[in-house]
Ligand binder design. Structure first.
Ligand code: HEC
Ligand code: HEC
Length: 152
């Protein structure tokens, strides 16, 4: 009898192990903050790996990399904000602190609704996107079809 019980435990443990390893990343909570340096792959489209089907830890809703005005060096410890109106108007819906590598990311659920207007605060100023976004992978456009993100 003892033996059967052990076998059952083993089967359950194996099944849980397989479930966990396939979709593991999806359930990780990862949110960047000032001073942290856990991230990597600056400038890349994070969601290629940190999204459905990817193997990155955590599926991000919003992520990207901010550079300085020369677009070569990353800009540390920025603050990314998403507003309901352009140029910092309307309601401030979400605030994400960038880390020391210039990256910002969150696995928090973000509701874009009809679109949110991004702003990036640096040490000496804030830059605003004049049109709204409905997706959070900034690098799908910035560094690809339009300039890298930057602030000052
Ligand atoms: C080519 C695939 C790939 C890309 C692109 C990628 N990541 Fe990752 N990331 C991973 C994998 C795999 C892991 C888990 C293993 C590891 O820590 O390297 C991970 C782990 C992480 C972690 C957790 C590290 C820890 O110690 O907890 C953070 C934070 C992170 N990535 C942020 C980012 C950000 C931000 C971007 C975009 C600028 C990004 N990643 C782009 C594959 C990727
Ligand atoms: C669908 C493509 C697209 C996505 C996704 C996108 N942007 Fe933009 N962004 C643009 C374009 C095009 C411009 C230039 C025109 C404008 O300001 O609307 C721009 C401009 C900006 C600007 C101001 C000027 C500049 O060139 O730096 C900021 C700041 C900005 N975006 C931040 C962000 C942030 C932060 C994200 C992710 C949360 C993001 N954007 C996602 C396309 C995109």
């Amino acid at each position: 009898m003892m033996h059967m019980k052990k076998v059952k435990y083993l089967v359950v443990a194996l099944a849980l192990g397989v479930l966990a390893s396939c979709d593991e990343g999806r359930y990780e909570t990862k949110i960047s903050s000032h001073g942290e340096n856990e991230s990597h792959n600056e400038g890349m489209d994070c969601m290629i790996c940190h999204g459905s089907g990817g193997d990155g830890e955590g599926w991000f809703s919003v992520a990207g990399t901010v550079y300085d005005s020369l677009l070569i060096e990353t800009y540390p410890n920025t603050t990314v904000k998403l507003f309901t109106g352009p140029a910092g108007t309307g309601e401030l819906k979400y605030t994400i602190e960038g880390d020391s590598r210039g990256n910002f990311y969150t696995t928090k659920k973000v509701k874009f609704g009809n679109g949110l207007y991004p702003a990036i605060e640096g040490g000496t100023g804030t830059r605003y996107m004049s049109t709204p976004i409905t997706v959070g992978n900034c690098a799908s456009c910035h560094g690809n079809t339009t300039s890298r993100l930057w602030t000052k």
